[in-house]
Ligand binder design. Structure first.
Ligand code: SF4
Ligand code: FES
Length: 247
């Protein structure tokens, strides 16, 4: 089938950017959005033109590298599906797709569809310390995890750090991402001494980088890892808990 594309082109952070129109005459319904861009780029290269820059890596929905906005929706029209798994089956011959970067003030465009998502990394790094003296003896307050706690921690650990939740949020909040990190780490069998300082550092870093959560719920609808909206409540729970546990 033939698909018409309006693709965001931007040579760098200082460029204002614009949409360019393209045609892909040989698109297939089983293609992913990224494979559509691959096909477009093959044609552009054959014509001696600059290919469209976009991020991808695993193409299996597990790395978080991909992320474009399709027809105004982060990752694409299918809910809870990463761009690398968004198929074209919902489009018909002659349809037009609008493809642009993930849109958030905290994610500046580097080139075309590639954005700088390092703000997410800075939040993760803020909590990535372990204040336990390393040694051979186990910590006195370390605990074995029960099965349910381990399952819940793993559910939160499924976050792939793609940033779609931020782009979907009218406030540019990363509450779903932050809640996934805190919900995961709070249940890990580490020293309980780290839980409060980690929550303080992560929430401080998140407040510096991102907007506040208004409980719109758009984040959970686009999240490819299926992180539930209740993760945003984990942020407040861990923040409050940290206030009352200063050590
Ligand atoms: S919470 Fe979901 S949408 Fe947000 S960064 Fe993690 S995987 Fe992506
Ligand atoms: S390319 Fe890895 S999640 Fe899409």
């Amino acid at each position: 089938m033939k698909l018409n594309l309006r693709v965001w082109r931007q040579t760098g952070p200082e460029d204002t950017g614009r949409y360019e129109r393209y045609e892909v005459p040989d698109a297939e319904p089983e293609m992913s959005v990224l494979e559509l861009l691959d096909t477009l780029n093959s044609g552009l290269l054959d014509a001696g033109e600059e290919p469209v820059a976009f991020d991808s890596d695993c193409r299996e929905g597990i790395c978080g590298a991909c992320g474009v906005t399709v027809d105004g929706r982060p990752h694409g029209p299918a809910e809870n599906t990463p761009s690398c798994h968004q198929r074209l089956a919902g489009y018909a011959d002659g349809d037009t797709l609008r493809i642009e970067p993930l849109r958030a003030a905290v994610f500046p465009v580097i080139r075309d569809l590639v954005v700088d998502r390092s703000a997410l990394d800075r939040v993760g790094e803020a909590g990535a310390h372990v204040g336990i003296p390393a040694g051979t003896a186990p910590d006195a307050d370390s605990q074995l995890q029960d099965h349910d706690a381990a399952e819940t921690a793993l559910d939160f650990a499924a976050c792939i750090g793609c940033g779609a939740c931020v782009a979907a949020c009218p406030n540019g909040s990363a509450a779903l991402f932050v809640g996934a990190k805190l919900g995961h780490l709070a249940l890990m069998p580490i020293s309980s001494r780290d839980r409060a300082p980690r929550a303080r550092e992560i929430t401080r870093a998140a407040e510096e980088e991102f907007g506040s959560c208004g409980l719109y719920g758009e984040c959970a609808r686009v999240c490819p890892a299926g992180i539930p909206l209740r993760a945003t409540g984990v942020v407040n729970r861990e923040r409050l808990r940290a206030v009352f546990r200063r050590s």
